[in-house]
Write a protein that binds this ligand. Sequence first.
Ligand code: ZN
Length: 835
Amino acid sequence: MTNLRSVTVGLAVVLSLAAFSAQSIAQRTAPRVSTSAAIPSPKSVLGFTPGDDRTIADWWQITDYFTRLDRASDRVFVETLGQSTLKRPLIVAFISARENILALEKYKDIQQQLADPRKVTDKLQRDRLIANGKTVVAISCSIHSTEIVASQMSMQLAYEFATAQDAETREILQNTILLLIPSPNPDGIDIVANWYRKTLGTPFEGREPPELYHHYAGHDDNRDWFMLNLKETQLITRFFWHEWFPQIVYDVHQQGSNGSRFFIPPFYDPANPNISPVLLRQVGLIGHKVAADLQAAGYRGVLTNALYDTWWHGGFRTAPYFHNSIGILSEAASARLMTVTTVNRDQLARSSTRGMRNATESSTNFPDPWPGGAWRPRDIMDMEMIAARGVLSMAAKFRGEYLRNFYELGRKAVETPIEPNEPLAYVIPAGQGRDETVAKLIETLVGQGIEVYRMDKELYLTYGPQVLQRTNPATEKLGAYRTIIARPTMMEMPLGSYLVFLNQPQRSNILALFTPQIYPNRLTPQGEAERPYDVAGWTLPLQMGVEAPAVTAIKETPAQRKLTLLKDGNQVRADLSLAARKGDESPTKNPVRNQVRVGIYKPSLSNMDEGWTRYIFDTFNVPYSSVRDTDVRQGGLHSKFDVLILTSQASAQILGGNATGTAPPELTGGITEAGVNNLKDFVNQGGMLVCFDNACDLAIKQFNLPLRNVLDGVRSSDFYCPGSILALDVDNKHPFAATVPTTLPAYFINSSAFAVTSEDANVRVVARYAKENVLRSGWLLGEDKLRGQIALAEVGAGKGRVVLFGFRPQHRGQAWATLPLIWNVLSSATANVSE
Ligand SMILES: [Zn+2]
């Protein structure tokens, strides 16, 4: 690696020297030479052209190239937003005409006024802002690091815009400001680049690296855009929604190899009802422009209106809809990292998805199937370059319209009249007791630019919880729901409570975060559930277990209210007497009450649920060690640990790990039967084995526990619940549940529910799925299968215990409502010993 790097740099020096001398010759013979001769091409710096087969630039090379471009080109300005999770620089390149780059502060100011129409006093000012502003377009590459080509493409794209002199490029440069993010996951670029170089020329060339390509989140790094758990999400969210307010955000991805060659919007159903129809139309318009450009340039296999939808809120390109901006996604078919792949007609014929019967059949949304053959990184890169240019060309040509629409959406959000008995605000009442959680929720809201006010004086509010209600209680399998505000009552709300008003530019964001989701009952013609693209429900205060009822009236006039607008999360932490957040350290106090030695199983086959578990433990400063397959196979676990946690993973994956031949030998094989025996010894000797969701299956079967998962083998026509919030009935006489309410929202994502198989069994039930009104947010088909079944149980075995969580108590670092259960389990693991 080091060798390769120094070779590349050496080459770069030689080549850039050559470029300098070429320029001086040119200047002597032709005085009006373009400055582009001095601008280093990616090839001159890297030694290869980005997208060439079997080449890869790592993060150091990418940032080095952008630094050189910044120095050489007056169209490019590079800013470092901060540091990634593993301390790499996260950069953005501003690309625009020279005169715009010199006036970036002015354009940022225009954007901030357009983003908040309350700052615009009259039509004259509005028209001036629209006349003088530029369309701000963000393009982000390879957030999913194995979808590597776009990160390489970013250098070529920047170079072309830094050097091209044609009329179209000039029009784009004059009318737009491009915020180009070579990758929002720098750590992942290096994980993939290092792995790719290490395996080049081996049987594993082109396979995905076996570790998570984000330290905590892996692929879920693009599931964090309303929660802001990750450093990268926080930095970019601040940059976008506090500073630059891009009107268009284009997120460049890759999909599997065997389907369409390129997906571009319009999207598939369902659409989130909080997204403005104007935005959906504008998304479609840009998508069709890109599709038409690709077709005109001779590229085949472009798909629209399929698979990807706009329901869920947490992605890089979905978050913009809730900030009045346009979000574009493209998904190019993947090669094998930077190695060519071959796709034949049979593989294409077998590839089907929502909105595409198969990848060989033409249809209105897929008019020109690709015939199959070799598929190279270069194909991906060329299509992405055309798409990027297409997006920018629209942004330039319709500059005024984009700015006006953006402003108008903000204005409508601010001016939407309040209907009687509809929410005008949400209130987070003081004195809930869970101060860390309340602080986190408010930090998350303020972090994405939502205005939150602290009440410095009591107010009389009419308020009640916003909940789902079945429209027809008789409908058993297919529940139909509506949202109601339950028993709104006028009561005094204490000072120190927080108010989130709906009449602000982010109205739709607030609604999408605070209202329970009702995912439509979408079934295939065979009556099976149609899988949503991501989760169905995510209501944030509910997931976090924070009360946030809807307010329908305030007695006091605006003049009588005493409210303070919060500037940042530390203000909330100070209000609640919590330690301040400084730098990277999490100030949260370890909630585990006893000394306990915790091992978290870290499989060779990467597992996001394991990553998020580490995230939560690190955030709460709960000590743990990672336990690898070799450790479990070796045994002696009880001398090292009091508790072992198996995060959600299929039994076969835990046992088998990476299959032989799919990774280097040291990374294959799971815990094996030997490991299972060691886990049994661990429990028999007095250890506590804690299993999350899918991992319960391993414990139940291998330990012969007297329980079964009642959802095993159930068809999706009878039961389906993909990523939703459900209600638990909790027995808080059990020490695991001593600190939580008797009704608790829990995150269920195709998860588990148990029944006891023998009556005399040593099973203590801690929580059951509710006996009625199970669904709190999302989609639940076949509620009857779940009612009253076991959600959390403790089973005695030998001198020890097995704890089974049927749901995901720490899902994506978002399900803070159920975190206390984890801390209580850990606290009671050694309670007997320490007493
Ligand atoms: Zn992706």
